[in-house]
Write a protein of this length. Sequence first.
Length: 273
Amino acid sequence: MTLQLAGPLLLVGAGKMGGALLAGWLRHGLDPRSVMVQDPSPPPEAAAMMASHGVRVRPRAELPTAPAVIVLAVKPQLVGDVLPTLAPLLGAETVMLSIAAGRTLANLESFLPPGTAIVRAMPNTPAAIGQGITAACANSEVTPDQARTCDELLEAVGEVIWLGDEQLMDAVTAVSGSGPAYVFFLAECLAEAGQAAGLEPELAARLAQGTIAGAAELLRRADLTPAELRENVTSPKGTTAAALEVLMGKNGLADLLIRAVAAAAKRSRELSS
């Protein structure tokens, strides 16, 4: 896939997620000359990447024509200050693609002229290595061509799922947006359990991290469900079965994750209101 846009792209915010998106676009052949980055102080890694590709970066955007896409990648608390300054840059065909967590379509619309096409997206941190998964939804002003453009931009860092109901975004945030942290915590806990069983800390950490990374890659590549993969590892009355009896018992891992995801979704709803 080679990215080609109908006009310039303005990236507002080159932090971790904005920088990951930009890196993905450049990997997929987007012309650096078509990109303008608005960021008063981009992180060193992002600044070096932009310099090496000749991407223009300014504290305020300076575009000769209206952008085809404005990608809003700032912290949620900055949205109210930033969006009004972007409104004059909007053209009749511009689509606003927001990855500002918790900011609803209605909230974004409140800062922009009536009729602005807006896509709201929730990527996750594996986007940094091109293995992210993003959920997206659009307001009624977004055309099929604009949705396709946003889809291509988001696909540059992983899989994209489109939602017909924006209210699902809170659950999405709780599962995939926050989900990488759950996996990292599992790696921490597994390493600590290994130490408790007698392993040296460094060995326990290597075994835990390698196991989780390998299992995740197997899950991605295999044409099997997670349940089937689990069953393939579990011999009757074996060591894995003994461990799963604990993990799958009452108040086990499934119950904990249900409670954790519910708590994250509740907090997402609070932040969105």
